[in-house]
Design a protein around this ligand. Structure first.
Ligand code: PSU
Ligand code: MN
Length: 299
């Protein structure tokens, strides 16, 4: 059911390391052009630099593709329909042209294909108005139940990060701060919330993931803060987030459309600095994911 590229199929067959990537961040739903194409190039190169095969996931012409070929990158960086895990079967069954996979859909495809590591920018999570909307991203469930290590710069900063951490605890996801003691806030290095556990090397993450899977566990979250020189000051970011959420509320935007709108508003309000931060953190997460995949494959 999954269309693997020849390179990804060969790597999986031989037990060589592979890192999966989502496509939503690279589509028009994620980063604006040309930053999206730059982010894709950076992430692929960062994974390859660790001697690891990248596997970009997407729905293309009704096929669930793991390992999108370069001649389709232009399409991946264009307009898309958003495909969360629950939409995968619909997108395949109805033969959607280009469905951009979110974190939940990508983790699901990675797990089905036998890929152990996945890199993204920031996770979806528990929304601030959850009391009213019950809006909790399917990213968290997918992360909890699939045996995949996810590397992300925490969850998106406009979410309720404390409740997101509570949810991950309830679903027994080990949350590991990579060389940090506080949970990152996507474009900012710190949310002020402590992470339950700190790790300092990729080898440590690999040892914990192996133990988790050996003990019947699902996903592991590695929280990797945005690189220092690209980080946005937390106070500046807070203000932009509040304004962006107000705009979303005024326009009555709900459901899956909220994340793309709020991220675009934050980009406007920070005069594009959030785009630079997103590029830097996506590349850094891809690099770390490559190192973790190599450590897992190295026995
Ligand atoms: N990064 C972006 N824009 C996005 C996303 C990431 O710059 O739209 C996506 C991710 O794919 C993530 C999804 O999985 O947003 C979460 O959406 P929701 O809150 O609707 O579950
Ligand atoms: Mn949602």
């Amino acid at each position: 059911m999954i269309a693997l590229s020849a390179e990804v199929a060969d790597a999986i067959d031989r037990g060589r390391p592979v890192v999966a990537l989502e496509s939503t961040i690279f589509s028009h739903l994620g980063l604006p052009s040309p930053a999206n194409r730059e982010a894709l190039t950076d992430c692929l190169a960062a994974i390859r630099a660790a001697g690891v095969v990248p596997a970009l996931t997407a729905i293309i012409d009704g096929a669930a593709v793991v390992g999108v070929e370069p001649d389709r990158f232009e399409r991946v960086c264009g307009p898309a329909r958003k495909v969360a895990e629950r939409d995968l079967a619909v997108a395949v069954g109805q033969g959607w042209g280009y469905g951009a996979t979110t974190v939940s859909a990508s983790i699901s495809l990675a797990a089905t294909a036998g890929i152990q590591v996945f890199a993204t920018g920031g996770l979806g999570g528990v929304h601030r108005d959850v009391d009213r909307t019950m809006d909790v991203s399917a990213d968290l469930r997918a992360l909890a139940v699939r045996p995949v290590v996810t590397v992300a710069s925490g969850a998106k900063v406009f979410l309720d990060l404390a409740r997101t951490l509570e949810y991950l605890e309830t679903w027994s996801v080990p949350v590991l701060g990579y060389q940090c003691d506080v949970f990152p806030a996507f474009y900012a290095r710190s949310s002020g919330l402590p992470v339950p556990h700190r790790v300092d090397t990729a080898a440590e993450v690999a040892a914990i993931a192996r133990a988790h899977w050996g003990l019947g566990g699902g996903g592991v979250l590695v929280a990797n803060p945005v690189p220092v020189d690209a980080a946005i000051d937390a106070a500046v970011l807070d203000e932009a987030v509040l304004s962006a959420l107000t705009v979303a509320a005024e326009r009555d935007v709900v459901g899956a459309a909220i994340t793309p709108l709020v991220l675009a508003e934050i980009a406007r309000l920070t005069e594009g600095r959030s785009i630079g931060a997103n590029l830097a953190l996506a590349g850094s997460n891809a690099r770390l994911a490559g190192e973790i995949a190599a450590a897992l494959a190295g026995g």
